[in-house]
Design a protein around this ligand. Structure first.
Ligand code: 8YV
Length: 327
């Protein structure tokens, strides 16, 4: 039997490839080469399915080179690398990997809050550099987590996970802002109070960004918003680069307009704004919030299952544009 052809655009777990190979004729990128859009389109020319990650842009230009493509399964919950209207117009199903990464990503968000507020990375660099010669009363004195006000911008599943960790684990006072307000039941679960964006910026001791990236959220935190925050406040971004104006943030950190930041995502990543690399009061990690072994496996499995289910039974498990395709 001739198997349908699919492309796995990035290196993945060998067991994911093995599983996909049971159903498909798989071309994969286990060497993890960086492909241009033209290269991606060229490789998609004879494929019906694609396993993609957040770094693979699927838009009209790529789709033009992929006339047989029926589905792109993203190994990510975020899907700003997909041009959904273009995919829908071409009849290509888009899927993502919600839920399986929620708790792991919330753990990491909270870890960044703690590392940032308690200056863990900065003090570790100091120690490794051999600067630690004596104790001093204010050495790397940061701010408290327990009892502080935790602000969350974007209160989806991951935002709620962070809220629960803060409220139930650390006795934090949790406030949030979101496009839509949560139900009373969810607010009670998260012990979170809905506030305006302005109040969130002004009141939070630790502000965490967990909102999806879109034209509407581009530079949701820029110079004007940073100016509204407390000088003692910290900012954590585990959402997407582009939500924060990184150049403005570097200036705010340098001028101590806010105390510190923790960033897992960057505008134009994997490049990082050079000024962020020179300020000490920022913790920088390379987009690893979902990266625990069990969670990355679960994400890969869900993306693979979407391909298998859609291409063998015409049923996507976690579709993004099913309504558009049905219309
Ligand atoms: C991924 C993420 O690691 O799921 C997301 O939206 O940002 C991360 O979990 C990344 O996008 C790679 O696909």
């Amino acid at each position: 039997m001739i198997k349908p052809k699919i492309l796995v655009a990035r290196a993945v777990f060998p067991q994911t490839l093995e599983r996909l190979s049971q159903h498909f004729d798989v071309e994969s990128n286990q060497a993890d080469e960086t492909w241009s859009k033209a290269e991606l389109a060229r490789r998609l020319a004879d494929k019906v399915g694609a396993f993609t990650t957040g770094s693979d842009r699927i838009d009209a230009e790529v789709l033009a080179g992929a006339p047989h493509l029926k589905i792109c399964a993203n190994m990510a919950v975020g899907y700003n690398n997909f041009d959904i209207p273009a995919m829908t117009a071409r009849g290509v199903m888009a899927t993502n990997t919600p839920d399986v990464l929620t708790e792991t990503t919330a753990d990491f968000g909270f870890a960044l809050v703690m590392a940032t507020a308690r200056r863990i990375a900065e003090s570790e660099h100091y120690l490794r550099a051999g600067h630690w010669t004596k104790w001093s009363y204010d050495m790397f004195a940061g701010s408290d987590i327990h009892g502080a006000t935790l602000g969350i911008l974007g209160m989806g599943r991951i935002g709620q996970g962070i809220a629960k960790r803060g409220a139930h684990g650390f006795g934090m006072n949790v406030i949030y802002h979101n496009r839509s307000r949560l139900s009373a039941e969810l607010e009670t679960d998260c012990k979170a109070r809905y506030v305006s964006k302005e109040e969130l910026l002004k009141t939070a001791d630790h502000l965490v960004l967990v909102l999806p990236y879109s034209a509407a959220s581009h530079h949701a935190i820029g110079a004007a918003e940073l100016a509204q925050m407390k000088p003692t406040a910290t900012l954590v971004n585990i959402a997407r680069g582009g939500i924060v104006d990184d150049a403005a943030l570097a200036v705010a950190l340098k001028n101590k307009q806010i105390a510190a930041a923790g960033l897992d995502v960057f505008e134009g990543e994997p490049s990082v704004h050079p000024d962020l690399l020179t300020v000490p009061n920022v913790v920088l990690t390379p987009h690893i919030a979902s990266s625990s072994v069990p969670t990355r496996l679960a994400m890969a499995n869900l993306a693979a299952d979407n391909l298998i289910s859609y291409l063998t039974q015409n049923k996507a498990l976690t579709p993004l544009n099913a309504d558009g395709l049905a219309a």
